[in-house]
Structures are given as C-alpha cells and as structure tokens.
Ligand binder design. Structure first.
Ligand SMILES: [Zn+2]
Length: 95
C-alpha cells in the first residue's frame, strides 16, 4: 500500500485547507475563513458564520491573488464578482 501525505504525520494531523489566493495547503488554523453575506465577502473571525466558506492566508498578497484569479465567485459558487472591501479593511489595506 502506498503512503500518502497525511499518513506521515499520523492520524491526528490538523485539518488542512487550500488558500484561495496562492493555492497552498496549510493548517486550517493559519487561514482566515471567509463567508459570503449578501454579496459581500466577510471574514468569519469566530468560525461561526453559516454557509460555504473560503480560506485565505490573512495577507494582502493572497487577497489580491484571489481577486485576480476570480477565485471568490468560484469558491462561493456565485456567477458574478463579489465585494471584498471588508476583507481588505480587515487586512489593513487601503480602500
Ligand atoms: Zn495564500
């Protein structure tokens, strides 16, 4: 039987998510969970908001990458562009 990635870390490996910006897989705890609320992407800081989430490194460069690649509409399964103003504000970027 072939060994796959996670087995090397034992069966208690931390859950992993893929950043929608840089597409790197990272521990879920290092990523910011985002959810879509009425067409606006908002940071789910307590991990409690319902609905489909997307994961992103809490960095402007990953946010910009995600925007450029139109990753958010894909992640949230919506047809049009979404508003990331609140995520940008959360990350401390210029409006
Ligand atoms: Zn990233």
């Amino acid at each position: 039987m072939r060994r796959h990635g996670n087995l090397e870390y034992g069966c208690h490996a931390a859950p992993q998510r893929t950043c929608v910006g840089c597409r790197v897989r990272t521990d879920k705890s290092e990523l910011l969970r985002l959810v879509l609320v009425e067409g606006q992407v908002v940071p789910d800081l307590r991990g409690r908001l319902p609905g489909r989430g997307a994961s992103l490194h809490p960095s402007m460069s990953c946010l910009e990458l995600a925007e450029r690649r139109r990753a958010f509409p894909r992640a949230f399964r919506v047809p049009g562009p979404v508003d990331v103003t609140r995520v940008r504000a959360h990350l401390g970027g210029e409006p």
